[in-house]
Design a protein around this ligand. Structure first.
Ligand code: C5P
Length: 222
């Protein structure tokens, strides 16, 4: 069978990476977590004391920053210049700042270039905000995941509990809504459903339900 490209977009904490990983593993495709790339440059900037609004300085930093997404045992490791940052880029500090540098056109341009290179062989599942609209406009399958902000906050709350982290549900809801607002309102490739993307509301679906629906779409295209 031919190798296609699958684009999965949607707002924060909609379950994109969970389903993208399952589908990639299932099809022996490459999973590309584009959010991890924006998180990586944000982490690096915070680390180096570079302003998250300084487009030139961040662009220079990015040119010197190799970001590697490495599949390992069904997980994806993230490395910055060979250093493992898989967990640290999920910190609250990075999560609540990442939308700021992600607004900058030069940063996005460089990220998109790297993402297209990674996807050039086909056989990829890529998740993000602008994959169907901008990074891979010709992807054979485009999915846009939605869920209410309450449901997304609740899932993230449960996920954190599982990791032994007790979070404030209301605060989580507020942070998720704020990130979506910044991501949707930016000029450069905002969070948006591509016209030809299939929307899936996951509010009342479990993971297997979402995966099953996406697999139907894939089978129509293979
Ligand atoms: O997917 P994740 O929640 O890890 O993404 C973190 C942030 O990176 C998003 O809130 C958004 O600001 C940015 N992002 C983006 N474009 C993408 C993927 C992520 O702007 N394709």
């Amino acid at each position: 069978t031919r190798k296609i490209s699958i684009a999965i977009d949607g707002p924060a904490a909609a379950g994109k990476s969970t389903v993208a990983k399952i589908i990639a593993e299932d099809m022996t495709y490459i999973y590309i977590d584009t959010g991890a790339m924006y998180r990586a440059i944000t982490f690096e900037a915070l680390n180096k004391g570079i302003s998250l609004e300084d487009e030139e300085a961040l662009n220079m930093l990015l040119k010197d920053t190799q970001i590697a997404l490495i599949p390992k045992n069904g997980r994806q490791l993230v490395e910055i210049n060979g250093m493992d940052v898989t967990d640290i880029i999920r910190s609250n500090e990075v999560t609540n700042s990442v939308s700021i540098p992600a607004r900058l056109p030069k940063i996005r341009e460089e990220m998109v270039k790297r993402q297209r290179e990674m996807a050039s062989s086909g056989g990829v599942v890529m998740d993000g905000r602008d994959i169907g609209t901008h990074v891979l406009p010709h992807a054979e399958v485009k999915v846009f995941l939605r869920a209410s902000v309450e449901e997304r906050a609740r899932r993230r709350f449960e996920e954190n509990l599982g990791k032994g982290i007790d979070t404030d549900l209301e605060l989580l809801k507020h942070e998720i809504a704020l990130r979506d607002k910044i991501d949707s309102e930016r000029e450069a490739a905002p969070l948006k459903k591509a016209e030809d993307a299939v929307e899936i509301d996951t509010t009342s679906l479990d993971i297997q339900g979402v995966v099953g629906r996406i697999k139907e779409l894939i089978n129509e295209r293979l």
